[in-house]
Design a protein around this ligand. Sequence first.
Ligand SMILES: Cc1cc2nc3c(=O)[nH]c(=O)nc-3n(C[C@H](O)[C@H](O)[C@H](O)COP(=O)(O)OP(=O)(O)OC[C@H]3O[C@@H](n4cnc5c(N)ncnc54)[C@H](O)[C@@H]3O)c2cc1C
Length: 436
Amino acid sequence: MNRIYEAGAYGPQGACFWRDTVSPADWPKLSGPHQADVAIVGGGFTGLNAALHLAQSGVNVAVIDAEHPGWGASGRNGGFCCLGGAKAPDALLNKRFGAGAAQDWADLERLAVQHVDGLISQNHWDVDHHSRGETLLAHTARKWAGMQADAVALAETYKVTPQLVPRDALQAEGLGGPWHGAMTLPIGFALNPRKYHSHLAQAVHGAGGRLFAYSPVTGIERSNGWVLHSPKGAITADQVIIATNGYSSENLPDWLRARYLPVQSSVIVTRPLSDHEQQAQGWFSDQMAYDTRQLLHYFRKLPDGRFLFGMRGGLRATRCENRSIAKRIRQNFARLFPAWKDVEITHEWSGLVCMMAGLTPFVGEVPGHNGLFAALGYHGNGVAMGSYAGKRLAQHIVGQDRLPELLTTPPRRFPLGRHRRHLLRPAYMVAELFDL
Ligand SMILES: Cc1cc2nc3c(=O)[nH]c(=O)nc-3n(C[C@H](O)[C@H](O)[C@H](O)COP(=O)(O)OP(=O)(O)OC[C@H]3O[C@@H](n4cnc5c(N)ncnc54)[C@H](O)[C@@H]3O)c2cc1C
């Protein structure tokens, strides 16, 4: 594998809270030759949702993961099942894909949340579900004014009624903090991502799909179909889906080189907060929330009273940079939630999300590679969109769906090749200025 961060970004998961709630299942390693109709590289939400739909459609499917399925971002995210997945502004979407594309994208976002909601409710999966939609908190008076101005358009786009909460009513809503106002869009919910993932994996298995762990794909070759090589075995398949998102390699396949940008995101979780502590801060809401900064903070009270707080991670995956991010995330947490500044932090980890140069995900066939597909690039919002992308790609493969151009347009390359993450430093500096 040829990846662009230091080895630390691809090493152990860190003290991830979700790992304490669900242990990874004991899937076999790939050994010897195997055959499948469709082989999927990557056992996160994208790969497993694709696998589930394929297996349920009678397709012989195998999922192969370099670590254990769920080891990547799907097993270590904030658990916000929410709108999102692209960073392109509406005007850019309409310009690039034609009038109405921004509305088409918003419809996809809603369908993505509905897809995960449906999977969970129809199968009665216990995922520690909470939060009625997602709450956006204005970090400046200007952002609050903008939020109020945007509410009407958002209501039309997403066909819901946003709830606006002015500054003086935040405390009563349990949203106490240095905010100038809040807006809740009643779409989405929070979940324990590892529980959702574990149910998905069992469902794939139950539907006849095969899962392999600790079996890195080290080469992809076209020979009478596609052959995926791993150190102890190989899979030959008619079709292959690459579902490796931020953990992708430059050479799997070569076409991917510089077409995606992994970016680190970091999370801390506190010990459970007592009712008294929650009242002292004024935050006792069950809502999942984020702020209006470009380098945003995302946070929520977990069902057992712990508090999860996340933000952008380091530019490098070195010990020194990790120490600096650990310090920074504590500083930001203490600034926004001062009553909890001395509360013990029990868990801390980071992982890779995936950005694209065109600011939209790619879900489709790799140009010039008949039967090789990829789905990636959810810009840090892949719980819903990654799940839905996997399902839509599977539907496309079995001929039940035609993917929209919005998803199938091939991503262009970032400048600077394998050094492209250095673009993040100036981008972060500019964003920090805007966030003041
Ligand atoms: C800290 C953090 C917080 C986040 N919070 C949220 C959130 O609250 N809400 C939200 O919507 N999104 C969030 N995200 C983003 C979201 O988790 C991802 O978009 C989503 O999980 C991507 O799923 P995936 O299946 O595409 O990729 P992943 O879950 O990353 O899975 C990719 C898999 O591919 C495997 N792989 C890679 N290369 C190979 C190879 N050569 N051979 C075999 N296997 C390989 C990896 O081992 C990995 O398991 C967060 C991400 C992070 C890191």
